[in-house]
Design a binder for this molecule. Structure first.
Ligand code: PLP
Length: 449
């Protein structure tokens, strides 16, 4: 029988014990970044010929590196878009790591891919897409948006359309769209902001006309289901109709906010999503899965396959059977089966608890927005639609927000960074963690008095 030496057994135990201890914290330590020089001094050189040994490396991680790494799952991590993985999802991420799964092709990863596909089909159903929809889990929303837009251009080419290409989106769309346009070497036409903040048909029509007047060929219209700044869901129904009228690919970036479609009470906000050609939603944002994963779903995946399949002699075996190969549906080849933690968690707890958890974030956002409105030193910038609350501390300049934010982190109570809108400094709460307490949010507001 294969004998495992005692060092390896001790290593296994130590790493698993560390992981379990990390999960036992309630709450987890918030922690904070340290300057590079300080870390260099504390850690020293770890890349040596002989290695420093697992025990020393683990000590360094536990005592120096982890405390210099903010915990995005702390209940009062309210900046950017936090993460709040379930216990089942985090634990299953360990299983994925321990299992050496190649998630790129059916030939190698069939079982894992089958489970991932069940999750993608579930998400497609929740959004009202017909059977046949499918896609792939990629690393994040940025890569999901890029892959969808590359597919959209492929589809436009197949319609006989020609460069120079343009993507149409709103001013509130995520920065990853402009990044995708740069990579694709296409133009991006930003629609004029709409007073309601919701990108709608009139704004899209103007932007499409502007693109055509400039001699460009619009090929994709992008709506956002939950903008990063304010959590606004665009008029997806109107955008879907415009896309159809103008023969454009309709992509919905729901990296953060599309998870809200699970909330039975708030589903109506997403009317029109069922007509999209593709959508993304990030499980690591508001679907309680660990970093990093983006579900990318196409109404008709065959266009993605035309756009993304890599051809080479050494891949013949993978393509020979005609099976579903996730690597054919995005800009990727080798891939981690990063949808499995979400699959395990959904299978473990059931969908209903997800609906409740997402709804709770939305209610909590509305509850704290009411408190903000009651306080005379604060100004709510707009009523929250999902779980992002943006507000100003009247009279503060950017430096005062910065000082306050630093002090909050110094006290290890909360991580809330300054932000801005139209040149005015503000701050925001992005609430996705079911452990975030109303009373703590109130304490944060108290700290601004
Ligand atoms: C609406 C939206 N789209 C795309 C992204 C990019 O996603 P990722 O950070 O996973 O690449 C984000 C990130 O916050 C987002 O909020």
């Amino acid at each position: 029988m294969h004998r495992i030496n005692t060092q390896t057994l001790a290593l296994r135990k130590a790493v698993l014990d560390y992981s379990v201890t990390r999960m036992d914290y309630d709450p987890v330590p918030l922690d904070r970044p340290e300057p590079n020089e300080k870390l260099a001094e504390l850690v020293g050189e770890t890349m040596t010929d002989a290695g420093i040994g697992w025990d020393k490396a683990l000590d360094l991680f536990r005592d120096v590196l982890a405390p210099a790494t903010i915990s995005a799952d702390h209940p009062n991590f309210l900046s950017f878009i936090p993460a709040a993985p379930t216990e089942a999802a985090s634990l299953f991420d360990l299983v994925v790591s321990a299992s050496s799964i190649y998630g790129g092709s059916w030939k190698e990863g069939a079982g894992a891919i089958f489970a991932e596909n069940q999750v993608l089909e579930f998400l497609a159903r929740e959004c009202g897409l017909a059977e046949g929809a499918g896609g792939v889990f990629v690393q994040g929303g940025t890569l999901g948006n890029l892959s969808a837009l590359v597919t959209a251009r492929q589809w436009a080419k197949a319609q006989g359309k020609l460069a120079p290409w343009a993507i149409i989106c709103s001013a509130e769309a995520h920065s990853s769209l402009a990044a995708a346009a740069r990579v694709m070497d296409v133009e991006i036409i930003i629609a004029e902001p709409v007073a309601s903040g919701k990108f709608n048909a009139a704004a899209a029509d103007n932007a499409i006309a502007k693109a055509r007047d400039a001699g460009l060929t619009p090929f994709a219209l992008v709506g956002t289901a939950g903008t990063t700044n304010f959590g606004i869901v665009d008029r997806l129904d109107e955008l879907a109709a415009t896309a159809r009228k103008e023969a454009l690919w309709f992509h919905v970036d729901g990296a953060y906010g599309l998870a809200g479609v699970l909330s039975t009470e708030h589903k109506g906000l997403y009317r029109g999503i069922e007509k999209c050609d593709s959508f993304i939603v990030d499980p690591h944002k508001w679907l309680f899965a660990p970093f990093d994963a983006c579900a990318l779903v196409y109404r008709k995946p065959e266009y993605a396959k035309q756009a993304h399949t890599q051809q080479a002699d050494y891949l013949d075996a993978v393509h020979a059977t005609g099976d579903w190969n996730p690597s054919d549906y995005a800009f990727n080849l080798t891939r981690r089966a990063r949808g499995l933690p979400l699959w395990f968690s959904l299978a473990t707890y059931g969908v209903e608890i997800y609906r409740q958890a997402v709804s709770r974030s939305i209610y909590l956002a509305r509850q704290i927005a009411d408190v903000i409105e009651e306080r005379d030193y604060l100004e709510l910038l707009r009523p929250p639609e999902l779980s992002v609350v943006v507000f100003e501390r009247k009279g503060w300049d950017a430096a005062q927000y910065e000082q306050w934010s630093e002090a909050l982190l110094d006290s290890q109570f909360a991580f809330v960074v300054p932000s801005s809108h139209q040149g005015r400094p503000n701050t925001r709460f992005a609430i996705v963690n079911p452990r975030t307490e109303f009373s703590d949010l109130v304490k944060i507001l108290d700290s601004m008095a």
